[in-house]
Ligand binder design. Structure first.
Ligand code: MIC
Ligand code: SF4
Length: 692
């Protein structure tokens, strides 16, 4: 980590622990962001902590996810968030002002700052050189109260960019290329640091596309150096004084990450690693056909990158557009925090200008922010989109989080978003592909997946903006302290205080309420879409835990969980690899906790989700022998003795399967601080105790 950009920012912010890869460290957080879908809980927990006013340099509460306002819940949330921000000294970005990550990049993010956000795509701000990390709402609430954020000191991997992108090939294709090398698995605890001569050719929003979707690699964050391009962007946003030049030293030391891959199933990935990682070490396959792979550097020549897509149903399922050419397309959506910058939408509108959307295709375009929308209006680009037949959506997350635009059955949807997990669009069995705006717009015109280089069109040359339109009229700044004191917090009846955690019992007498497979995402555990409006009401939302996995006619997960809880036993979830991928939503821990879940046993658990489990006093365990996973079935009774000792210092624990009459061993991967949090009955209790 010596000499790395990340190491420098961490060193400037460390308040606890030793900066050495693998150690737990506490860092000071300069800025926080929350969005409405996680923000109501974050602010309710902040209130419960009893800290009267935020203590960061700035904390911004955005409303961008849940804006459909079917029923009173969304509006109640918005009013609560606006009033609580005024009460506690936070900025409030009103509905319609744009997606948190896009607006934060435009108006607040700065090089060298630490940013903690209750949204997994917070690393978007790494495009400007901020160290931006996604976390659960409770961690963000603690940071708002001036508490340190704790993380594992990361393994820093360099991604060197060489050359330049060709016309029609985009930053989205760079991150898809990186996903084809690093995949969505085995990167927990790593940070991706971009470097190399290719960086200079990428604008700040282009860099932000790469760091945004870096979240889907499962890394802690991704970051670019802050250079002349960054200076120009900040100046064009009217914030030149916030520029600081930042880069890694020429002799920076990067860290190896190690992962196990299946020699057969992952053959293409292994080949990509061989080709792009000059220091890769790849073992021979073991008896199970697994190889161990490690590397610290990835090199991508931008001039070799071609248009790509993530095919259904994972951002890591990367293929080239050439492989998909000719696939009929029914829906095209351009927007989301990955690809809704002014440049992205100007390219789309320039290609659409004077042409018509294919009769089979519905095209929806959601500008990322009000700044983008207003500039598209002023320069006439919006008119070109409308003339071509595009449906213009409001500035927000919209279809990306299943708020409308669910595709019809068996229909193909092309989206410039960052996630295509099964069912996330709101349609079971959906066929969603993730692509660049260039590929999206080409398909909107031809009605099929088309390599945009084969379109009979000139590549639009979009000039760098020298001055963005600056109008912060929809961002309410913090009130002075005396005015805050007079603010009444508005709490509609759908805003329900979240339950606090409680310490684990001395002996866990558990029932396996569910056994799930590999790569279970938080969209499986706690679906969003039309249920998003229940985020401020845990008892109601909890009825839908694991809803996509419920079997028709059978008791739901929630019903099974509740009956185990009422019988005085603990709920246990058994899972495969990468459990809890995706969103930072802490409801994926909070709602199971409400239903009596006290233990998760998985092959591996993703970073943010593991932290959320601990924050809500659920014990995360991992199988010592992955094969033991196969010996457990749903309904098995699992017993853990001496829980206090396990939580206090145990490195491993014996779990008894009383139904099948055998014992197995699990690892207890907890830092000393996480052990204290569990012993206190969750982070809220721990913070309250620490504050006396
Ligand atoms: C997502 O993209 O899944 C979300 C919705 O933005 C989530 C946050 C949430 O669930 O509210 C995320 O990425 O953290
Ligand atoms: Fe919103 Fe989608 Fe970005 Fe999540 S990934 S913040 S839902 S636009």
């Amino acid at each position: 980590m010596r000499g790395t950009l990340t190491g420098k920012i961490l060193a400037a912010h460390i308040v606890d622990g030793e900066l050495e890869t693998g150690n737990e460290i506490g860092i000071r957080i300069d800025q926080t962001l929350t969005q409405d879908a996680t923000g109501t809980t974050a602010f309710l927990l902040f209130e419960a902590m009893g800290v009267p006013r935020v203590k960061t340099e700035l904390s911004v509460s955005y409303v961008d996810h849940n804006m459909s306002q079917f029923g009173p819940e969304n509006h109640n949330d918005h009013l609560y968030l606006q009033s609580v921000a005024a009460k506690v000294g936070a900025y409030h970005s009103r509905p319609g002002n744009g997606i948190c990550h896009q607006v934060h990049l435009e108006r607040f993010a700065a090089p060298g700052k630490t940013l903690l956000g209750s949204d997994s795509h917070t690393p978007t701000a790494g495009g400007i050189g901020a160290l931006a990390i996604g976390a659960g709402g409770l961690d963000v609430a603690v940071a708002m109260g001036g508490g340190a954020f704790y993380l594992t000191s990361p393994a820093i991997v360099s991604v060197e960019l060489k050359g330049r992108l060709s016309d029609w090939v985009t930053p989205k294709d760079i991150i898809l290329k990186l996903l084809s090398i690093m995949t969505t698995r085995g990167n927990v605890g790593a940070v991706v640091e971009y470097c190399g001569e290719g960086v200079a050719s990428l604008s700040v929003p282009a860099r932000a596309t790469c760091t945004n979707m870096g979240a889907d690699l499962g890394v802690t964050t991704s970051i670019f150096p802050a250079d002349e391009t960054t200076r120009d962007f900040l100046a064009a946003q009217g914030r030149p004084e916030q520029f600081t030049a930042l880069s890694a030293d020429a002799d920076a030391e990067y860290d190896r990450i190690t992962k196990r891959l299946d020699a057969e199933q992952d053959a293409a990935v292994i080949e990509n690693i061989r080709r792009h990682c000059p220091d890769a070490k790849i073992s021979e396959p073991d008896a199970d056909g697994m190889v161990s792979v490690s590397f610290s550097r990835v090199v991508i020549d931008l001039s070799d990158v071609v248009p790509m897509a993530a095919a259904p149903s994972s951002p890591g399922n990367v293929v080239t557009i050439a492989d998909l050419a000719g696939t009929k397309v029914d829906q095209v959506l351009i927007g989301s925090c990955t690809n809704s910058s002014l440049h992205d939408l100007m390219v789309a509108s320039a290609v659409l200008k004077g042409r018509k959307v294919h009769p089979r295709v519905e095209l929806g375009i959601a500008p990322g922010s009000r700044q983008v929308l207003k500039m598209l209006v002023d320069n006439g680009s919006l008119g070109d989109m409308v003339a071509a037949g595009a449906r213009i959506l409001e500035c927000g997350c919209g279809p990306c989080i299943g708020q409308g635009f669910s595709p019809g059955n068996d229909r193909v949807s092309l989206r410039t978003f960052n996630r295509n997990f099964a069912g996330r669009s709101g349609t079971k069995g959906d066929k969603t592909y993730l692509v660049s705006p260039e590929v999206a717009v080409a398909a909107a015109l031809t009605g099929e997946i088309t390599d945009p280089r084969k379109l009979n069109a000139e590549y639009p040359q979009i000039q760098q903006v020298e001055k963005f339109l600056i109008d912060d009229g929809m961002i309410t700044p913090p009130l002075p302290v005396d005015e805050s004191a007079r603010v009444e917090i508005i709490r509609g009846p759908t805003i329900v205080k979240p339950p606090a955690g409680e310490p684990l019992p001395e002996k866990i007498d558990g029932d396996t309420v569910i056994k799930v497979g590999e790569k279970i995402t938080t969209d499986h555990i706690m679906p969003a879409g039309t249920l998003l409006k229940l985020r401020s009401n845990v008892p109601e939302y909890a009825k839908h835990v694991f809803a996509p996995l419920n079997e028709p006619g059978e008791p739901t997960f929630a019903e099974r969980g509740m009956s185990v809880k009422q019988a005085g036993r603990c709920g246990v979830i058994v899972a495969g690899d990468s459990y809890g991928q995706g969103s930072s939503r802490e409801h994926a821990a909070l709602c199971p906790m409400y239903l009596g879940v006290r233990v998760v046993i998985a092959k591996t658990i993703e970073r943010i989700h593991q932290a959320n489990l601990v924050n809500f006093a659920i014990l995360p365990l991992s199988f010592e022998q992955a094969g033991d996973y196969d010996r457990i079935d749903a309904g098995d009774r699992l017993i853990i003795e001496d829980v206090a000792e396990v939580v206090g210092s145990g490195q491993t624990v014996t779990v008894r399967n009383a139904t099948k009459d055998f014992d197995f061993t699990c690892r207890v991967n907890l830092s000393p601080r996480q052990r204290e949090i569990l012993a206190a009955g969750g982070l809220l209790n721990y913070t309250r105790q620490a504050n006396g």
